[in-house]
Ligand binder design. Structure first.
Ligand code: WTA
Length: 641
């Protein structure tokens, strides 16, 4: 097993300069943290400012655990106010609008402070209190960060929803968390076109708990608003500039972020304040070797956890500069990213394998047009990165000088957990690396036993990382069952839902999800959610969605539907796009007479997956209708849709 990990591909180590500049450059950090992981995290926590120090660092009673108990902290204070003494004029955010004729906007820590304080007062004016959920449906504009921090400042819980999600998706989330206030914008730019959000929003909030909506003005022309709809800029004129950051208990909920699981309904992952702050802070610092002169660009949308932690909280907690880019990575041409890197001297570039595969497809002629010398570290996240994509990134973007940090983590984990550190290495294409100091991951086999090397289910061991989820919003039962129960038994470890292989030195290669969750272009999509949408069609009696490997997107969703009459494919596509959003659009649809099923009526998605990959089917004796397999095979082979 060890041989397998090490043998596949070359191994890279950090150069002298990287080692010299790195926060950590010796393996000792791992052994020291291993001896006393709680002390490791305590030391990290001490680097932030706490109003009241914690009394007990860690407590667990599986499936629940707490960090920094009794401690009081304000994450917004730590992300902004803490830097005002020495860095008030330093740029905190650089916003780059998509239209090339609009100028980027730089916001200093001082300006950010003022804006966040006013916005927090505005939230109070709208009767938002500690513990209330505020729904944020904003595109990639600075106000998204401002509102997140404003919520945190007053102890409100933000629930950011990806602005390309459908109206229905927003409604589902609001219905689950009962938010009373919605923060949104009139729209945003996509390929020079104005994407209007108003209609989607008005539809989404019908028959929900939302009482008022605040609109950030993105377009020049002021649209007509209805009653209970307010312009942010106008409202802001009416509030004071001072807003004290009250400290809250470490275990106070900070945000909800909905993600796809194995059911038809997305689940609200709950993250708490203190532990998340500590891990977001430390992981940004160590993974990306953040120093004062760094400019970090995490390309992920803020609607995903990557944007929360590495566009918003992580860089700001480190007093760094973070880039927010509004638009498409290839607009107006595939050189856009590299133009941004050159112009803003980006030193840390963090993106998803899908984007890198696109860059590779567009060719090195685009990055070659620009000066990328400012780059020091490259990061990747969201899906397994294949060997040749890794090498291309390393060679053509990093010019063989920048370590590629392949970070494994999840919405649930809040921050990165498995990757190599830049000053230590090694950097092995397709291998993420070791567990972050102070955390421990290993493999569980089919029998539910832990093994130290080999392949199986990836699990995290106690003490659980401080930034981990604490529960699922209003659904402790689902939390327990999803992450802690295996073979009907409560386990003393967190089950990630991924398969992986580990060698005896602790290097981990991620193999992919073990459940019905797909990663399409790095976006997490539930097959069950798609099936629920499709089944809404009156002529469809059954549907099964599975993923198929794709050269660019990693995986794409394929739908198999059983219907009693001929239907147009577009009707199915519309159902999915309306319920989830364009990212879930099925890339192929097969109309079939029957779906392969077990005697108990369960659809055998494994069979469909295997057929799509054109692989050997193996054992089929559990199927009640083996003849369905032949029909589907023929449909796939003839691409008859
Ligand atoms: C997958 C994204 C391979 C994994 C931060 C995980 C990865 C899921 C990697 C979480 C990686 C994330 N290599 N696979 N470096 N990073 N994944 O919640 O399957 O959108 O469980 O969080 O993405 O997706 P999520």
């Amino acid at each position: 097993m060890q041989k397998k990990v090490i043998k596949k591909g070359r191994i890279y180590w950090p150069g002298k300069e990287i080692k010299k500049n790195a926060w950590v450059n010796s393996d000792k950090i791992y052994s020291k943290a291993d001896k006393n992981p709680i002390k490791f995290w305590e030391d990290c926590a001490k680097e932030l400012e706490w109003k009241i120090k914690w009394k007990k660092s860690y407590k667990e009673k599986i499936p629940f655990f707490k960090w920094f108990i009794g401690g009081k902290i304000n994450i917004c204070y730590n992300a902004i106010d803490r830097h005002l003494k020495n860095k008030s004029d330093k740029t905190a955010l650089i916003w780059i609008p998509e239209p090339v004729n609009e100028k980027p906007i730089k916001i200093t820590y001082k300006e950010l402070h003022k804006q966040v304080c006013k916005t927090a007062n505005l939230l109070k004016k709208f009767k938002v209190k500690k513990g209330d959920v505020v729904s944020i449906y904003l595109p990639m504009i600075p106000e998204v960060v401002i509102f997140m921090l404003a919520c945190a400042r007053i102890g409100a819980i933000h629930s950011v929803v990806f602005s390309a999600f459908s109206s229905d998706a927003l409604k589902t989330r609001i219905k689950d968390n009962k938010a009373k206030l919605l923060i949104t914008a009139d729209g945003y730019y996509r390929k020079d076109k104005q994407e209007d959000l108003k209609k989607k929003i008005r539809e989404a909030i019908k028959k929900t708990s939302i009482k008022n909506t605040i609109f950030v003005k993105r377009f020049d022309k002021r649209a007509k608003l209805n009653k209970k709809e307010f312009w942010y800029d106008e409202e802001l004129k009416q509030v004071k500039e001072e807003c004290l950051a009250k400290a809250f208990d470490s275990e106070t909920p900070l945000f909800l972020l909905y993600t796809s699981g194995t059911t038809g309904k997305p689940k609200g992952i709950v993250h708490e304040t203190g532990g998340y702050a500590v891990q977001a802070y430390k992981s940004t610092q160590l993974n990306f070797n953040i120093h004062d002169d760094d400019v970090m660009w995490c390309t992920a949308d803020v609607g995903w956890v990557t944007g929360h932690t590495y566009m918003c909280y992580g860089p700001l907690l480190n007093g760094s500069t973070s880039i927010i880019y509004e638009g498409m990575i290839n607009f107006p041409n595939p050189g856009r990213c590299w133009k941004i890197v050159q112009e803003h001297k980006v030193s840390v570039f963090y993106t998803a394998p899908t984007a890198i595969r696109m860059f590779k497809l567009w060719g090195e002629k685009w990055p070659e047009k620009y000066n990328l010398k400012s780059l020091k570290i490259l990061g990747t996240v969201g899906e397994p990165i294949d060997y040749s994509t890794w090498e291309w990134y390393f060679k053509h973007i990093g010019h063989k000088k920048c370590p590629v940090i392949d970070t494994w983590w999840q919405t649930e984990t809040g921050a990165t957990l498995i990757n190599s550190l830049p000053g230590i290495g090694p950097f092995i294409p397709s291998v993420s690396g070791k567990s972050f100091p102070g955390t421990k991951h290993t493999i569980m086999n089919e029998q539910g036993k832990l093994i130290k090397k080999g392949e199986g289910y990836l699990v995290q061991l106690s003490p659980f990382a401080p930034g981990m989820l604490r529960t699922i919003w209003k659904n402790k039962k689902a939390y327990k069952e999803k992450y802690w129960i295996f073979n009907n038994k409560l386990k003393q470890f967190y089950i990630t839902g991924d398969a992986a292989e580990i060698d005896k030195k602790g290097y981990i290669r991620i193999l992919g999800r073990t459940d019905d969750v797909m990663k399409v272009a790095g976006h997490r999509i539930s097959t069950a959610e798609m099936e629920d949408a499709i089944i809404n069609h009156k002529s469809i009696s059954e549907a099964a969605v599975v993923s198929k490997p794709d050269k660019i997107k990693g995986e794409v969703p394929i739908a198999f539907v059983k219907s009693n009459q001929k239907i147009n494919e577009n009707e199915i596509i519309k159902l999915v796009v309306d319920k989830i959003g364009p990212i879930a659009r099925p890339s192929e649809i097969y109309f079939v007479n029957d779906l392969p099923k077990t005697r108990s009526g369960k659809i055998m998605r494994r069979v469909l997956k295997t057929l799509l990959k054109n692989e050997e089917l193996g054992e089929l004796s559990t199927l009640v209708n083996p003849e369905s397999v032949e029909e589907i095979k023929n449909a796939i082979n003839s691409k008859k849709i």
